[in-house]
Design a protein around this ligand. Sequence first.
Ligand SMILES: C[S@@+](CC[C@H](N)C(=O)[O-])C[C@H]1O[C@@H](n2cnc3c(N)ncnc32)[C@H](O)[C@@H]1O
Length: 278
Amino acid sequence: MKAPARAGALSAGVRAARLLAASIRDLGLRATLERLPLLLLSPLTMRRLKRRKLRESLRDGFDVAHGTDTAAVLVGRELGPSVTRGGHLVIHYETTSAAAIRMPLDGLAIDFSQYAFVDLGCGKGKPLMVAATYPFRRLIGVDISPACIRVARRNIARHGPEKIDPARVELLTLDAEDFQFPGDPLVIYLFNPFPGKVLDEVVANLERSLKEQPREAVIVYVNPHALAAITRSGLFERTPTIADRMPMAAAGTPPYELAAVFVTRPGAAGTSAPSELR
Ligand SMILES: C[S@@+](CC[C@H](N)C(=O)[O-])C[C@H]1O[C@@H](n2cnc3c(N)ncnc32)[C@H](O)[C@@H]1O
């Protein structure tokens, strides 16, 4: 083997070993063994899966209507880091329909103009662009992938025909574990962005921030794979969504697009539930 080829094979081997170690750490040995066939997929099978997901994500017409690029999945090297500095898995990029983003937001009886919308693991920015149609005071997107943040920035600049004021939006290339929550009341949006151990850290940071500066917070967790990270926090309680109250409203929504919504528990750490949700 020639030297550059050997170096390339070595770095691919190191990357695969780090990924395997992160998977065992985050998901356990059994789940990692079950996922192995997925990790070892041939490029052809991966291309087929990506094409199927692309067709699904294009179905709501969002990209065509707004001149954006949110539908295509990004995996592995396309994202950048596959493992965080703390050794956790970086979940691939995919998005949901705009309706799945709107449904939990439409159920919030809050004064949006008081709240910051924060998408942790914001990907290419679709939830930020949908949230821009509500009168949120500011919009913040955080993603560990520089490639995602680049596309999100371009999407927000191109979004039409309604323009999004770039001064309302802040995009940060950052591990969500390192994110410092701003001092505003918060709507935190999560579309299954990280394994439970990362979400544990994020929730611990959020609890610290809410204890230091009591304020209202809502967590919208779509496709909630690591619910325990939130349910074991004494600061939050689950509140029914439109989909919970009126299952007919959610008819046709794929299960992975349904959200669990949490609000600050009245009195917990000096916080109150968003007033009109009480
Ligand atoms: C399933 S996608 C969700 C994208 C976006 N929220 C949406 O609904 O369109 C998950 C995103 O989380 C990002 N991510 C994964 N681990 C992260 C971490 N530790 N910190 C910040 N972003 C992360 C990935 O790069 C990916 O873009």
